[in-house]
Design a protein around this ligand. Structure first.
Ligand SMILES: Cc1ncc(COP(=O)(O)O)c(C=O)c1O
Length: 402
């Protein structure tokens, strides 16, 4: 297929050779948006060139590429390809499940205070539309050890009425890796279902929907999967898909949705069943370019291996964290490696303005971000510890002028 790119160097941990255009000397912003590698750029060019040359015929090529992408995402997640829907990103998946879940009036939804709003707003809207009650639990409970958080969650579930718990696998503001498997076990014990926003983990922090007991998982492709914005996916466990209400269905959600376009007269009908599968949420035309990029990106991730990427980034952060502490930063990294992700979030030294510090770092070629006032460093597989002296020199200089 067109996206095969044998003349490009193979992706290697710690090597940014596939990112020759990247301007920042040290790019630590993969928790925001990843720069597309040469492989992704090549896949995008091939896709648009194929459409330019073949018009509608390109649809069939990229339909097959989407089938391959579903297989690759399933391999990445420990799922079946039939449990994957291609979406525009995390929010699309959250909204789809919030609207299609078989709610009963009075059901409770458990959310967490401090989550990225993408995993709050759709549940609030569903609560207003379907007469649900939402409960916000503190993430703070999980920060030093997971036990107090799990105890509070269990007490909440025991109180009854909870149909769904929605949580991110990795928290965007602290880098906290949530104990998803333990949360899932509690949900199962108390008859609740588990929804996971995986965008801060998927691609860099291991996750397995089967082993972890996840019912629904939404993700966008532009962070740790290193694709582009506007292309992501939704996982729905098949046993849960059967109960979903098709409230977001469109013309492509039916069984055999395109037959009437190629089979001659008499095939245009409006009563074909809606697929009771994850991909019922694929209502209309796909994001051909975005999914071509995601397809190439997922192949890179599978090739390197999420465990290997995670270990590579952990070693980088293990070296960076003490150097930051020495300079007066307070690290929010979890004391137990099981609670850590590939995000290192720190509070600036006493009296330092995080906005000014962030700006000063940017001016020195260090890309970072400051979600809700925390300085966040998020390296990935192309980062290498060889760049740490440059990074620390930039931090020292930024501290001097901020
Ligand atoms: C935890 C989390 N969820 C969701 C999003 C964004 O979702 P979407 O893919 O819909 O833009 C972000 C960051 O942008 C995030 O950090």
């Amino acid at each position: 297929m067109e996206h095969i790119t044998d003349d490009l160097p193979a992706p290697r941990l710690g090597d940014r050779g596939l990112f020759p255009d990247l301007e920042a000397a040290v790019y630590l912003n993969h928790a925001a948006i990843s720069p597309p590698s040469r492989r992704i750029q090549r896949a995008l060019h091939a896709c648009i060139a194929t459409y330019a040359a073949r018009g509608v015929e390109a649809f069939f090529t990229y339909n097959q590429q989407r089938a391959e992408l579903r297989q690759d995402l399933a391999a990445l997640l420990g799922a079946d390809a039939g449990e994957i829907a291609l979406t525009s990103g995390t929010s699309a998946g959250v909204i789809d499940v919030a609207l299609c879940f078989p709610w009963r009036a009075g059901d409770r939804v458990v959310l967490f205070d401090g989550e990225f709003p993408a995993n709050i707003t759709p549940w609030q809207r569903a609560a207003a539309a379907f007469d649900l009650r939402t409960t916000l639990l503190p993430l703070e409970d999980y920060m030093r050890s997971h036990a107090p958080g799990l105890e509070r969650l269990e007490a909440t579930l025991r109180a009854g009425g909870v149909r769904l718990v929605a949580v991110s696998s990795v928290q965007f503001r602290t880098g906290l890796r949530m104990p998803i498997r333990e949360i899932a076990a509690l949900c199962r014990e108390h008859g609740a279902e588990l929804f996971v926003d995986a965008i801060q983990g998927c691609g860099a922090t291991p996750l397995d929907v089967e082993a972890d007991g996840i019912d629904y998982l939404a993700c966008g492709g532009h962070k740790h999967l290193m694709g582009v914005e506007g292309a992501g996916f939704l996982y729905v466990r098949q046993a849960r898909a059967a109960a979903l209400r098709p409230n977001v269905a469109g013309w492509l959600s039916h069984e055999e949705p395109v037959g009437f376009l190629v089979q001659g007269p008499g095939h245009l009908r409006y009563d074909r069943p809606i697929r009771q599968r994850a991909d019922m949420v694929e209502a209309g035309g796909w994001n051909a370019l975005g999914h071509a990029a995601l397809g190439a990106a997922v192949k890179v991730t599978l090739g390197l291996g999420v465990e290997a990427i995670h270990a590579h980034v952990a070693a980088y952060l293990d070296a960076l964290e003490p150097a930051l502490r020495e300079r007066g930063f307070r690290s929010l990294r979890h004391p137990d490696p099981a609670g850590r992700s590939t995000l290192l979030c720190v509070l600036p030294p006493e009296g330092r303005d995080v906005v000014a510090l962030h700006r000063a770092l940017g001016a020195r070629g260090v890309a970072s971000s400051i979600p809700d006032g925390v300085l966040r460093f998020a390296p990935h597989w192309p980062n290498s510890q060889g760049e740490l002296p440059t990074l620390l020199a930039a931090i020292d200089a930024a501290l001097a002028d901020a």
